[in-house]
Design a binder for this molecule. Structure first.
Ligand code: 5GP
Length: 123
């Protein structure tokens, strides 16, 4: 039997509604349902092949580059291109809760250079 869909596959398939701010052939960008900053969006590849970043292979090189370019494009679209944080939680112990690769953009809050571990994660 096929694996059950992840939350993000349901979002991509339209089974769950979301506030989508961008879509192309390879990825969607949605607002996070539980924002950790005034601007908090998720860049999600449409493929479910990569549960976490460390599962990616050379075959995903173009897609991974694309996701970073989307991050830059969306930061400009949102007007936060001068200051944002891009976060990938890799693995449950690092705070990952949805096992479908995604990148968080956080912006419009002040970031201290020593606060790198404080933005997303669970104690
Ligand atoms: P992770 O902890 O895996 O790095 O991030 C998962 C993120 O997905 C969390 O920030 C959480 O708030 C967000 N999230 C979980 N379920 C949904 C949902 O149904 N819709 C949206 N828009 N975001 C979700």
């Amino acid at each position: 039997m096929a694996n059950p869909k992840t939350i993000f596959e349901k979002v991509i398939d339209g089974d769950i509604s979301s506030e989508k701010i961008y879509e192309d052939d390879l990825a969607i960008v949605i607002k996070d349902i539980n924002p950790q900053a005034p601007t908090h969006v998720l860049i999600i590849p449409k493929t479910n092949e990569i549960p976490k970043l460390s599962d990616a292979t050379k075959d995903h090189q173009t897609l991974l580059g694309h996701l970073l370019l989307v991050a830059g494009k969306i930061s400009r679209q949102l007007g936060v291109d001068e200051a944002f944080r891009l976060i990938i939680n890799n693995g449950a112990a690092a705070g990952q809760t949805v096992f479908h690769l995604h990148l968080h953009i956080l912006a419009n809050k002040s970031f201290d250079e020593r606060s790198i571990g404080n933005d997303l994660g669970h104690d």
